[in-house]
Design a protein around this ligand. Structure first.
Ligand SMILES: Nc1nc2c(ncn2[C@@H]2O[C@H](COP(=O)(O)OP(=O)(O)OP(=O)(O)O)[C@@H](O)[C@H]2O)c(=O)[nH]1
Ligand SMILES: [Mg+2]
Length: 380
């Protein structure tokens, strides 16, 4: 294959990513993502509330749901109305999802619009053949009846989504301290938003260790409920600190971390981050989830993060006491320990590549080894 042909192929095979923000909270999260510039994906802001939509100027597309039913006034907390409203726009939604490979649905569960519309949009995403990932928050403990609605919504989402990444607002205090409500919601926006942005960036932009769409599919397809943990460390043992924070403070209460079906590890560090640190982070996490069937990992250098390492661990197929059992892939065979070896070996190859001087003449062979290592890491 000629280089031009290959470049063309690379361009057309890049996965098409769509982010759908639904309801008030979903649209606010979509705005957070748009502000951080999502170069590899399209953002749609959809709500029944016309006055809230007016401020969604940074989305690529704005969609007023259920104009006939809700007359632009919102759903007043009734998910059934949110579902009806989305059905009113179903052909527009389907058109928007045509050709999408990866669909992120974001909303704060507990209201009417986002909660009711999400399963409708998710079903359309599945029908279009997209890997469909819902990223939702469940309301604070004080929003009692809203929490019940969120629980019901998660159960119906489990039937139409591949994975549902759940953040429990009542756990925010553990990661962000006792903040005023407005600030706590901003933290939730940033958590959901950075999950979506991190994944989109790693599968659409080149990074230190690339995750590709097939990798993501392997872990998130029919992954059920997923929990995320984020940790940051600096100074001595910064990787250990970041990993223990990421695993120790999951944003959703889960029964038993060791039973997770799949694990996605994402590591970001400054230019001083060593390849060995990336490998150690992966191994520390894998030690805690001995039964996992699939592990994927990506690493990125962020110049603004010098001195620190940030780790995101996403565990799929977990059980949460509040939500109860949902249908997920259930396989019981244990994954052999050797799965860790390719990670270590790939890192060694990359370390070797790093030792080659960065002079222009050597650049080519350096890239070759890095590419080989990245491919090798996937051949588990
Ligand atoms: N992360 C985040 N969560 C929010 C925000 N606003 C509200 N929430 C949470 O999301 C839940 C749903 O609220 P909304 O998104 O306003 O509801 P909606 O989907 O617009 O539904 P209706 O207004 O009833 O049509 C609330 O119970 C809060 O827990 C926000 O700006 N960010
Ligand atoms: Mg609303």
């Amino acid at each position: 294959m000629y280089k031009e042909e290959l470049l063309q192929k690379a361009k057309t095979s890049r996965p098409a990513v769509t982010v759908f923000g639904l309801g008030g909270a979903g649209c606010n999260i979509a705005t957070w993502i748009a502000d951080k510039k999502l170069t590899g994906g399209r953002i749609v802001a959809a709500n029944t509330d016309a006055s809230h939509l007016v401020s969604m100027t940074r989305a690529d597309k704005i969609m007023l749901l259920g104009e006939k039913l809700c007359k632009g006034h919102g759903c007043g907390g009734y998910p059934e109305r949110g579902a009806e409203a989305a059905k009113e726009n179903i052909s527009e939604i389907k058109q928007e999802l045509e050709g999408t490979n990866l669909l992120f649905l974001v909303a704060g569960l507990g209201g009417g619009s986002g909660t009711g519309a999400m399963p409708v949009v998710a079903a359309a995403g599945r029908e279009a053949g997209a890997l469909t990932i819902a990223c939702v928050t469940i309301p604070f403990t004080i929003e009692m009846s809203r929490r019940e609605k969120a629980r019901d919504a998660i159960k119906s989402l489990a039937e139409v989504c591949d994975s549902i990444v759940v953040i429990d607002n009542s756990k925010l205090r553990e990661v962000a301290g006792n903040l005023p409500l407005k600030d706590a919601l901003a933290v939730a926006n940033a958590l959901v938003g950075s999950f979506v942005k991190n994944l989109t960036d790693t599968i659409t932009q080149p990074s230190l260790v690339n995750l590709d769409y097939a990798d993501l599919r392997a872990v998130m397809e029919r992954g059920g409920i997923a929990s995320i943990g984020i940790g940051e460390g600096d100074g001595v043992n910064r990787v250990q600190k970041a990993v223990s924070q990421a695993l120790g403070t999951p944003l959703l209460d889960i029964m038993d971390i060791s039973t997770a079906y799949g694990v996605l590890i994402h590591i970001v560090g400054g230019e001083d981050m060593t390849l060995d640190e990336v490998a150690i982070a992966g191994e520390l996490i894998m030690d805690k989830v001995p039964n996992t069937k699939r592990v994927i990992w990506g690493a990125k250098v962020d110049q603004n993060l010098t001195g620190a390492v940030r780790v995101m661990a996403v565990l799929t197929g977990v059980t949460c006491p509040f939500i109860g059992e949902v249908a997920t892939k259930k396989e019981t065979a244990r994954i052999p320990k050797e799965v860790i070896k390719p990670l270590r070996e790939a890192m060694e190859q990359m370390a070797q590549a790093q030792e080659i001087p960065k002079s222009t003449g050597e650049k080519q062979s350096r890239m070759e080894i890095i590419k080989k290592a990245a491919v090798f890491s996937k051949e588990r």
